[in-house]
Design a protein around this ligand. Sequence first.
Ligand code: 13P
Length: 259
Amino acid sequence: MTDLTRRMIIVGNWKMFTDREDGPVLAAELVHLVDDLGLDIDLVVCPPFTGLHAVSEGLNGSCIALGGQNMHWSTEGAYTGEVSPRMLLTSGCRYVILGHSERRTYFGETNEMVNRKVRSALTAGLTPIMCIGETLAEREAGETEAVVATQVEEGVQGLDADGVEKMVLAYEPIWAIGTGQVATPAQANAVHHHIRHVLTGLFGRDTASILRIQYGGSVKPDNAAALFSESEIDGALVGGASLDASSFIAIARAVLGRS
Ligand code: 13P
């Protein structure tokens, strides 16, 4: 049954797209389109670091919040090329995507590193959106549940229930990211259910039922409503379709079809 206490959250991950010119244009289009939306949901966009300042100014006064796509766990230090939680906060961010599969695959992020980042984000007052998900080979080997369970267990290590309740999880099967191959609503819902089961074992039923779990991987306007009609799916982490303002807002509108 749908738990109506969980507020839906739709996040646009702009990845390494948009620059000083087109980032603010996209933000302005979103602000314009969101105006008459009247939806009681959380909407977030995560531009590249260099776009945070300008996009933050463009979003100012709107209901769309800002997030980073990654951060270091330290407050500050000699970490060339890295960005701290406080730098994100003072750039207007309230959220940060952590442990995206592209970070894990191309930049060697481990569950332990993701865990350090999650703890640091919570301490700083940022909402971490922790990404988890299996490869195609893992799914075909029947390892999906074990893989995501380990990612969850190691990712939330050392947190208390209060911290976990503030987090957002994004289940993003790697085989569905940028491929146009979306998990079926039933497939996604089953994994979300399993994730909640794992969290129940760790933190109890109440905490597990508060934390929001988004689905990510080829979410588009034409498949969003079916995904959102599943009881365990609390929103979406959107890549490609978030770069088009009308598509992103159409995905947000699909929440209306949720009963
Ligand atoms: P796509 O929506 O482009 O598949 O990307 C999903 C994703 O990686 C969001 O973080």
